[in-house]
Write a protein that binds this ligand. Structure first.
Ligand code: DAH
Length: 348
């Protein structure tokens, strides 16, 4: 049956169509043209349909073979145009890459997951310890009035901390706070005792070298109640030091002076590196100074309207950078602010 005249006629005309389509497809320049050309051959009124029409009125026994041949031709034609479209798409992509300079087929760049800054982590660790001891967080503004930063904290008018060298003044009365102690004042003016707060935040001083930065961080603490003593202060600080630096850490208080406390003390912990034997970090003393503290001065209690006969309190203040430097063995404070990813990644 395969040599029936209709089948043969279809076969040879189909082959001719395929040849022609191949030639035409090679010359196609755009995908629009390719679609149009495909329709010319394969569309409802296309060339293949034309051929099929001329073969109408087939005797039933030929229909099957004709159908088979027609299908093969159709598939060949489709293959030709699909290949042409693919080629044109690739050419268009190559061209756009050449002109735009962007290779959109490249794998995406790996995304880095951010982590908390080492100073943020250190602040959180400090806060956590004091929260577990019943302290709550309080805060205040970084642009501060002289009254809260100095006056109410019992700073005499000629105190060196008021010096232009240390303080960034915006006007004679307005400044960038030089410590977080003014939050003590704001909180006590706002609330009745008992008060048990910690105040983390940024502070500013006109000073810069490997251990000083013009902007740095402090955490202030304050506990005022009827019967708070120096022994409570030492107990709280010892618990803090043991939790932060390790349970064998010891604490010592050395007499010192801060206008807003009396007595005042500087607080040392046994060296985090040598444990007290003496090394490079503690300059062979076995001790590291980590904060200032003392019993709240009666003048301060009076300035906020508390009665120094009825309540007492202790306060302490520490630099977050210093603690972070000790915890991680960092010897230059500026590393915290350079934002060098090679430095920051070590704290992941
Ligand atoms: N405010 C002091 C400073 O910035 C630190 C300080 C010392 C805070 C003693 C205190 C304190 O509360 O009792 O140097």
């Amino acid at each position: 049956m395969s040599d029936a005249p209709n089948v043969q006629a279809l076969q040879s005309r189909g082959e001719a169509l395929v040849h022609e389509a191949e030639r035409e497809a090679k010359r196609l320049q755009t995908s629009e043209a390719a679609h149009a050309c495909k329709a010319k051959y394969l569309g409802k009124k296309g060339l293949l349909a034309d051929v099929m029409k001329q073969l109408s009125a087939l005797p039933p026994e030929e229909r099957k073979s004709v159908g088979k041949v027609a299908n093969t031709i159709k598939e060949q034609l489709e293959g030709i145009f699909d290949a042409a479209l693919k080629r044109l798409e690739q050419e268009a992509l190559d061209k756009s890459l050449e002109t735009s300079g962007v290779d959109v087929t490249r794998p995406a760049r790996e995304r880095w997951l951010g982590t908390l800054h080492p100073l943020t982590r250190t602040t959180f660790r400090i806060i956590e310890v004091f929260q577990s001891l019943g302290f709550v967080i309080a805060d205040g503004p970084e642009i501060e009035h002289d009254f809260y930063n100095f006056e109410a904290l019992n700073f005499p008018k000629d105190h060196p901390a008021r010096d232009m060298q240390d303080t960034f003044f915006a006007s004679p009365d307005v400044l960038l706070r030089t410590h977080t102690s003014p939050v003590q004042i704001r909180t006590m003016l706002d609330r009745k005792p008992p008060v048990r707060i910690i105040c983390p935040g940024k502070v500013y001083r006109c000073d810069a070298d490997i251990t000083h930065s013009p902007m740095f961080h402090q955490v202030e603490g304050l506990w005022v109640d009827q019967r708070v003593s120096m022994a409570d202060l030492k107990g709280v600080l010892r618990a803090f030091a043991e939790r932060l630096f390790g349970r064998h850490t010891k604490v010592r208080l050395r007499p010192s002076y801060f206008p807003f406390v009396e007595p005042g003390a500087e607080v040392d912990v046994t060296c985090v590196l040598c444990g007290g034997k003496g090394c490079r970090v503690c300059k062979q003393t076995g001790w590291l100074e980590i904060l200032g503290a003392g019993m709240v001065h009666p003048n301060v209690l009076t300035a906020v309207g508390y009665n120094p006969e009825e309540v007492r309190g202790f306060a302490f203040g520490m630099g977050v950078e210093r603690i972070a430097m000790l915890l991680h063995g960092v010897d230059d404070i500026r590393l915290f602010f350079d934002n060098d990813i090679r430095f920051l990644r070590q704290f992941q």
